[in-house]
Design a binder for this molecule. Structure first.
Ligand code: NDP
Length: 384
């Protein structure tokens, strides 16, 4: 019998939904690269229902019960007296989502001698100390591609949101005003602007594709260059480094994984090299920036706007500078956990568990760490 601790975000404040805004979600069969979406042997949930919260349990309760495994589902994840830390000591599997990350630090890993599998229901396993996972023989996996398009849509929305000054304009309308001048004194068209993405992986490429019809000048940087044919098709300019990219654009969208090379990349120095009045959208990871430097750049006008959904830590404290800095359009970490995305990553989580319980190999694209080293997608994403 295996013990699994699943750390999920709390249910809605009004309780688990009894009905939804829509009756169904579109059926997506393939990802943009042609690969199929997750194909577990079965699912025990209704696609389009809320799965990522404690009561939703990723639709996996029955799978664990039928197989006689122990499942603990909790949202209580921080601090040494949290339910997560108490239950971790004899757990074999931990499942967590980046939106409400169960931080698997080296100290916590040292307290969990039975731990063999750390599964991210979503993408981005930087909440796991990968070095400690390697050392302790823990396999780390995530559901690659499951929510890439969800995040790309959010990034495009937030770019438009900032440039067109949506949030303050919406506020004027809900507060009973009709203050056109107040709404438009910071509003621009995106058309004709220089827009750059940092990392043209699954999400970054999808952002480039979605922005191309806006008649903007596209730029990107990445550790590897896109095929020439794709560069031509999107009419996108390659930059060898972040410095060159940020100097050349009005809008930056960040899509790089978090590791040593990208940690605190957007610091005071780099922000100072950007065009005055630049916009940054960050749906990658909060720690790729220095939060105080972002807030200061917004206050000075060096940045015209900052939006995104990723913070550190998560949830952030009430006094986090990003909650109150000017001209921000932040949301909690939601871009990758739409009801549409949840159906895919819940199915992918089940697919991984089915392989794990049957002692079958896990798909290479889901692997981050295996056998004491970076593997699969992890070997591509988390090293220079
Ligand atoms: P991919 O692995 O498809 O793409 C990552 C890309 O980043 C690769 O092309 C890689 O290059 C490139 N890269 C790595 N290091 C650097 C660097 N130092 N500078 C520039 N580029 C670099 O990942 P995804 O697109 O699926 O996801 C990207 C990130 O987005 C995730 O790591 C995660 O942190 C975040 N994310 C956020 C979500 C949210 O809900 N907000 C949900 C999902 C993901 P190459 O492989 O060519 O070397």
């Amino acid at each position: 019998m295996a013990k699994c601790v699943m750390v999920l975000y709390p249910d809605p404040v009004d309780g688990y939904p009894s009905k939804y805004a829509r009756d169904n979600i579109p059926v997506i069969q393939r990802y943009p690269d042609g690969s199929t979406v997750p194909t577990p042997s079965n699912i025990d949930f209704t696609p389009g229902h809320l799965l990522g919260c404690v009561s939703g349990a990723l639709g996996l309760r029955k799978l664990f019960e039928d197989a006689g495994h122990q499942l603990v589902v909790t949202s209580d994840k921080d601090g040494s007296d949290s339910e997560f830390e108490r239950e971790l000591v004899d757990a074999h599997i931990v499942i967590s989502q980046p939106f409400w990350p169960a931080y698997l630090t080296k100290e916590r890993i040292a307290k969990a001698p039975n731990l063999r599998l750390a599964l991210t229901a979503g993408i981005g396993s930087d909440h796991v100390d990968l070095e400690a996972a390697k050392k302790h023989g823990i396999t780390v996996v995530e559901v690659t591609y499951s929510n890439s398009i969800s995040v790309a849509e959010h990034a495009v929305m937030q770019i438009l949101n900032l440039v067109r000054n949506f949030v303050p304009s919406h506020r004027w309308s809900t507060e009973g005003g009709w203050n056109i001048a107040d709404c438009v004194e910071r509003a621009y068209d995106l058309e004709g602007m220089d827009v750059g993405v940092i990392a043209a992986g699954r999400i970054g490429r999808a952002v480039l594709r979605r922005l191309a019809p806006f008649d903007v000048n596209l730029h990107y940087t990445d550790t590897h260059r896109l095929p020439l044919q794709v560069e031509k098709e999107l009419n996108v300019t390659f930059h060898a480094g972040v410095e060159s990219l940020v100097r050349s654009v009005d809008v930056v969208s960040i899509h790089s994984p978090l590791y040593e090379a990208t940690r605190q990349m957007f610091n005071e120095r780099l922000l100072g090299t950007m065009r005055r009045g630049s916009y940054i959208v960050n749906t990658a990871r909060g720690e790729e920036t220095v939060p105080e430097a972002i807030a200061a750049a917004l206050r000075s006008g060096q940045l015209a706007g900052y939006a995104g959904d990723v913070w550190y830590p998560q949830p952030p404290p009430v006094e986090h500078p990003w909650r109150t800095m000017p001209n921000n359009a932040m949301t909690p970490h939601v871009s990758g956990t739409t009801l549409s995305a949840q159906a895919r990553y819940a199915a992918g989580t089940r697919e991984i568990l089915e392989s794990w319980f049957a002692a079958k190999p896990i798909l290479q694209e889901y692997l981050i760490v295996e056998g004491g080293q970076l593997a699969g997608t992890g070997a591509l994403s988390y090293q220079k």
